[in-house]
Design a protein around this ligand. Sequence first.
Ligand code: ATP
Length: 374
Amino acid sequence: MDRDEYLERLGATAETPEDLFEHVEERSTAGRTHHVLTAARHGVERGTVIVEETEAIVRGYPSIPRILVLGPGVPSFFEDGETVVIEEKLDGFNVRIAAVDGEPLAFTRSGYVCPYTTGRARDCLPLEEFFATHPEKTLCAELVGPETPYSTHDYEGIDTHEFLVFDVRDRETGTPLAVDGRRRLCEEYGFTQPRLFGRAAPADAVGPTRAAIEELDAAGREGVVLKSADGERLVKYTTETQHHEELAYAFSLPFDHGRDFVFSRIVRDAFQAAESDADDDRLEERAHDLGESILRPMVSAIRAVEAGETIGERHTVRGDPETIGALLDHLHDQSLTVDLESDRRVDGERVVEFVKVAESSRDRIRYYLGGGTR
Ligand code: ATP
């Protein structure tokens, strides 16, 4: 592998290939050698993959900045004269689907090929048809629904899971299609997409964004991604429900999540409250919900450990037995402790409920319950 050539193809800002490649990990996946960038470095996104055998590059999905205050945030993020498109942000799992050597593979954000997601993507989406015409593109989708191995947020009308395509990018350069062109292309292939709330000039986009957030909040949904019409510039903003849901999740496994995770959600909620909670009653209601999302899940976790129950992330997955087996192997390969809670056949499919055991939380809670000191 000629590292100088890859540095150039990636457009990396590193001075020498070694500066970039010291963050690259070699993995053997799907019968090929993948070189994966484990952290964003030198202008190249985390999860970027170089496939050794075919020399294909699959660019990582960029990190999306967040605004904390809508009023000044929206007009200062976008430029005058730009059109802002307001799209729903879905709470699921980022998947990049690209054809490597003609074979569609689903990559996780950190650059693993997930056998389950690959299998489901091939079953649910017309990938052969799409990649026959667009072999150089990557479909960026959110895998959402109650039955995925990575997230569990419920969406009305989705019983198991669904892929929603929110971006189409050049596989090697990462350049996105413009929002309108991408939405048309997705319609052409019948890909489901996130809801579009509207378009406006930056100074006029605050009101519609606020209205969208209120509607999404009332429906228990995550938030919005605001996009420049050319698809290049993205910024996110989320609902109160989402902040509290993420806090509840973190405090249900209190010693498995860093303090940064928790603090950042409280900061988001505080700035939102300062901007939008017009009266004291509203602020009090938020404070109450915030407290509940911290205390209740943590007390439940302590009681669960005391009762000898397993604590961790619970997931259900279904699919053909071979794919489910490959998924469980994939999770084990990532050094996760997985407990199977049930394993059934339904209409020829294997349906497995499992827990990714939260060992740090379990062990620390046991230690304190046993009288351990801090
Ligand atoms: P970061 O973006 O900083 O890496 P993160 O990994 O915590 O942060 P999120 O806060 O969930 O990610 O926000 C970015 C993710 O939102 C994207 O990677 C994508 O998977 C997801 N997403 C959901 N809906 C959309 C949408 N309409 N447009 C863009 N991204 C979306």
